[in-house]
Design a protein around this ligand. Structure first.
Ligand SMILES: Nc1nc2c(ncn2[C@@H]2O[C@H](COP(=O)(O)OP(=O)(O)O)[C@@H](O)[C@H]2O)c(=O)[nH]1
Ligand SMILES: [Mg+2]
Length: 221
């Protein structure tokens, strides 16, 4: 938490390898803190926390401007090329407790590629993984980030057309998280205006949740 004219939102990116988690984290932070590139093996192996600088012009409360700060926890994806499911889960679990043990988590962002169909097995793995990390109220604290929306757009899909043609697996997942989803056109660094729109949408989700946070037990070390 910070002074009264500033608000910090705490986010974690989750999802399989090469979906664009680290790139999404960088876009949200307006930085290049996280290593992100195309690779035949998983790039991210450890969790790391990135913090944005103060962002103004996004948020108001009771008629007053509030500066926003964003904290993003980048995570190794699961499935991962070199780490077992248990390793990834324990790394993420301990990083959540370490970084957000005191302040709590506002939203987990489940990162999926918009240019690939979501199949039931993958959905089940992702949901089970998030449930293990966030517990029974995971749906209230999860939003879906659909990266590679630029590729879907290149293939002729507007967001509406995309949702009309999307797999029932994806549609039921979006419905289960109360339609908290955002398309990300993250082929290069997103521009300031696009970032502001994404942050506004995330803030709306957080507001819908009455600014509740999900607490985590502090790590012992
Ligand atoms: N075209 C496109 N490429 C993306 C997008 N998001 C990520 N990428 C690329 O996908 C690759 C993997 O991204 P990365 O952030 O390392 O994935 P991670 O393993 O989930 O962290 C990188 O080459 C990114 O530049 C996107 O929205 N559109
Ligand atoms: Mg990564």
């Amino acid at each position: 938490m910070a002074d009264s004219n500033e608000m910090t939102i705490n986010l974690v990116v989750l999802g399989r390898t090469q979906t664009g988690k680290s790139a999404a984290g960088n876009s949200l932070l307006g930085s290049s803190d996280f290593e992100s590139h195309c690779s035949p093996s998983s790039v991210t192996t450890c969790c790391s926390l990135g913090r944005s600088c103060r962002i103004s012009g996004i948020m108001r409360r009771n008629g007053c401007e509030l500066a926003l700060r964003v904290q993003v926890l980048d995570t190794p994806g699961y499935p991962h090329s070199d780490l077992s499911r248990e390793h990834v889960r324990e790394r993420v679990r301990s990083a959540l407790a370490h970084h957000f043990g005191k302040e709590g988590l506002h939203l987990a962002l489940l990162v999926l590629r918009a240019d690939l169909p979501l199949c039931p097995d993958e959905r089940d793995h992702a949901v089970q993984f998030i449930q293990e990390l966030l517990g029974p109220t995971w749906k209230d604290f999860t939003a879906v980030l659909l990266t590679h929306a630029d590729k879907a757009e290149e293939a002729g899909f507007s967001e509406e057309a995309y949702l009309h043609s999307a797999s029932s697996t994806l549609l039921s997942l979006l419905s289960s998280v109360q339609h908290k989803y955002i398309f990300l056109y993250n082929q290069k660094n997103i521009i300031k205006e696009e970032r502001a729109i994404v942050l506004q949408r995330l803030l709306n989700f957080i507001r819908q949740n009455n600014y509740q946070v999900l607490p985590f037990k502090h790590s012992k070390e």
